[in-house]
Design a binder for this molecule. Structure first.
Ligand code: UDP
Length: 328
């Protein structure tokens, strides 16, 4: 049985990856420090023999007994609100955490895939974004802690590949959504759905002309799975190229939820990218991958998930007080 370590396992993507690799009959070693992750996302796996969980912060030395075939490094805050609240942890997990996991990959002769992001393109001046684009990032802006940690992550990963011959994979993940997103993490999809369910107005930031391209989680996981098993070590965009303005998207949510919420406008956060759409030619050619789930179907499944949560979840500010972590 192949053994795989998944960091950030209690998070949105991490927990879906655990499910996928359990389904493929791997022994899954899940790791999370539970700052932004939630064990409820993994509850259903604890009874399995081929699943184990370590409560550990990967910015400290990572020790795993026994052999290891693969590592997926998905630990990181991933919402703009989170990295404003825990900026140092965001930098550390992308930089120090990646360093520790590359060291572990080298030691175990394991293949490692790291979760990079469309954020490395910053507020892009090239559209759609191909992997060859170097990006337009404000190093000292509020998003800099995430963007630069992820850029460093790519650099150190390539260095371990070139210098130590570690087998590495880099996925650049574009906006992804689906069940198990945190309801109050501030990202646009849980924000809009939460507002609709509470009967509040939908808050569009700026004039809503900025665009995003949303990928359903099952498609994203399939792309990551194929990339891990491929023999390609340069970065690959995995996302859905179907682009929409945030204003039009808010209108879609009003229709989907059947509520008569008004759309109200709030100031645009600093350095909020104006447009984002992945060029996925590389993923298509290399992996034979492209997204299959339409936004209408994906959003319906996501809405049904949020609707099924207990009412009190809807009114929680967030599931955790981050303040204590900032002292560490
Ligand atoms: N956004 C919005 N209203 C909200 C939350 C977000 O209009 O309540 C906008 C945000 O300004 C951005 C887009 O939606 O332009 C996507 O935001 P998100 O935080 O989901 O992720 P990003 O792609 O910016 O990392």
């Amino acid at each position: 049985m192949k053994r795989i370590l998944i960091t950030g396992a209690a998070g949105f993507l991490g927990s879906h990856l655990c499910d996928r690799f359990i389904k493929e009959d791997y022994h899954v070693i899940a790791m999370d420090n539970l700052i932004t992750g939630d064990l409820r996302n993994l509850e259903h796996l604890f009874k399995l023999e081929n699943f184990e969980f370590y409560h550990h912060d990967v910015t400290n030395f990572v020790h795993i007994p026994g052999k290891l075939d693969y590592i997926l490094h998905f630990a990181s805050p991933a919402s703009p609100i989170d990295y404003l609240k825990i900026p140092i942890q965001t930098l550390k997990v992308g930089a120090l955490g990646t360093h520790n996991l590359l060291g572990l990959a080298k030691e175990k002769k394991a293949r490692i895939l790291i979760a990079s992001t469309s954020e490395i393109y910053g507020d892009p001046l090239v559209h759609p974004q191909t992997e060859a684009y170097y990006g337009n990032v404000n190093t000292i802006g509020p998003r800099g802690v995430y963007d630069e940690a992820k850029r460093f992550m790519e650099s150190i990963t390539m260095a371990y590949h070139r210098f130590h011959g570690v087998e590495t994979r880099i996925v650049r993940i574009f906006n992804t959504y689906g069940p198990r997103m945190r309801l109050n993490d501030g990202r646009v999809i849980p924000a809009f759905i939460g507002q609709a369910l509470r009967g509040e107005d939908l808050t569009v930031f700026g004039d809503g002309s900025q665009t995003r391209s949303f990928c359903y989680v099952d498609d994203e996981i399939e792309g990551i799975y194929r990339l891990l098993l491929s023999d390609y070590s340069l970065p690959v965009n995995i996302g859905n190229p179907h682009e929409i303005t945030i204003k039009d998207f808010a209108e879609e949510i009003v229709k989907l939820t059947g509520t008569d919420q008004k759309i109200i406008y709030k100031p645009l956060p600093k350095d909020d990218p104006m447009q984002r759409q992945p060029d996925i030619s590389k993923a298509k050619a290399l992996l034979g991958w492209e997204p299959k789930v339409s936004r209408a179907d994906g959003m319906k499944m996501t809405y049904d998930y949020f609707k099924s949560l207990p009412d009190e979840e809807l009114y929680k500010k967030d599931h955790k007080d981050f303040k204590s972590y900032n002292r560490k």
